[in-house]
Design a protein around this ligand. Structure first.
Ligand SMILES: Nc1ncnc2c1ncn2[C@@H]1O[C@H](COP(=O)(O)OP(=O)(O)O)[C@@H](O)[C@H]1O
Ligand SMILES: [Mg+2]
Length: 342
């Protein structure tokens, strides 16, 4: 496997994909400008810029296309859950750094908590960005996920801390976790260690989100082994598509050898800029390779995310009515429609 291509859902590579044909470029002056709604909200169906010559007759002409180029469904408002528990465990995974894994973990988690779900976030990256992004100081942590993994005396309750968002807790991490990668190699059932320590959480939470480190090493294999589903955040940049084949192969291997229930819950386009042809082309390629696995929701590029990180809180509380917050709320709704009935 070269690792350079974009896999299809059946594991084919980008080389088998239809070539990307750039449509003839009409005079930009003749193009309709995006409406203000297109720029500022994602909660409503977003009109995708359609060529002027698109058929105007018939009901199909009125269907609003979303930023992925497909008709945008309206996702139902999630109802309350009767009782908590039987958590679905999700790994946020992409071996590339800076694609929005941590941002998606924090904000999808906070949005699900707003919808009444009990959420446990697991910082599984020795860089500890998730913990820092929730306002924790890496040097002030008594116990971290590292202690939970390596010391049988330490329990989940010893390590769990509140996240500052009602209904959402955190298993924090710091640089100590980098030692676990080496130490776990010598453990019995080394790939199942995270699964074992998370078991007591499953009855108490509705969702467990694991923020993976940017590699496909033993920690990430542990996360995939412990999970029911994987969400793959992908930056809407051309080179972001590289390496996804290798990720797909890793997920397939873990499913075959360690965790038959593992599913890809969805591929999430992040840092999307609808004004650039480039972002829309990447989206087009994603949809042609992954089909319905691509979330209709995309996360647009906005500096508000870095501001929220500095403030140490999710964007859903830092800038509650911003487009970024609304996008993650919409993702939470979309994710809930995809999961098996609770
Ligand atoms: N949609 C977005 N628009 C702009 N900046 C973003 C967006 N999502 C994430 N970022 C920023 O990009 C950087 C990398 O994001 P992060 O979530 O930490 O990626 P990863 O966890 O995959 O390494 C962070 O500084 C974050 O604030
Ligand atoms: Mg990260």
């Amino acid at each position: 496997m070269s690792g350079a291509g974009l896999p299809g859902p059946d594991g084919g590579s980008a080389h088998e994909m239809p070539p990307l044909v750039r449509p003839p470029q009409p005079d930009p002056a003749a193009q309709p400008r995006p409406t203000p709604r297109d720029e500022h909200t994602v909660t409503q169906p977003i009109p995708f810029e359609r060529p002027l010559e698109s058929p105007s007759a018939g009901p199909a002409a009125d269907v609003a296309l979303g930023p992925t180029g497909r008709p945008m469904p309206v996702f139902p408002e999630p109802g309350p859950v009767a009782e908590h528990g039987r958590a679905r465990v999700i790994a946020m995974c992409n071996q590339k750094g800076g694609v929005g894994k941590t941002t998606t973990t924090i904000n999808l988690g906070a949005s699900l908590a707003e919808f009444g779900r009990r959420v446990l976030l697991v910082d599984f990256d020795p860089q500890g960005s998730l913990s820092v992004g929730l306002g924790l100081n890496p040097h002030d942590m008594d116990l971290t996920i590292y202690n939970l993994l390596m010391d049988r005396e330490v329990t989940l309750d010893d390590v769990v801390v509140p996240s500052g968002i009602p209904g959402m807790d955190l298993l924090p991490s710091n640089i100590d976790l980098s030692a676990a990668e080496v130490q776990l190699v010598h453990e019995v059932a080394r790939e199942q260690t995270l699964q074992r320590v998370l078991a007591p959480a499953l009855d108490r939470y509705d969702v467990v989100l694991i923020d993976c480190q940017p590699s496909l090493g033993l920690l990430t294999v542990n996360a995939l082994t412990a999970s029911d589903g994987v969400i793959v955040p992908l930056e809407c940049e051309y080179f972001a598509l590289r390496g996804v084949a290798l990720l797909k192969t890793t997920i397939d291997k873990v499913r075959e050898r360690l965790n038959p229930k593992l599913e890809i819950d969805g591929v999430l386009g992040t840092m999307f800029d609808g004004r650039t042809l480039h972002s829309r082309e990447v989206m087009e390629r994603l949809v042609s390779a992954w089909g319905d696995k691509v979330f209709h929701t995309v996360i647009r590029r906005t500096v508000k995310f870095s501001d929220a990180t500095v403030a140490g809180e999710p964007i859903t509380s830092y800038a509650s009515s911003s487009t970024g917050a609304e996008a993650y709320r919409q993702l939470a709704k979309e994710v809930l429609t995809r999961w098996p009935a609770e």
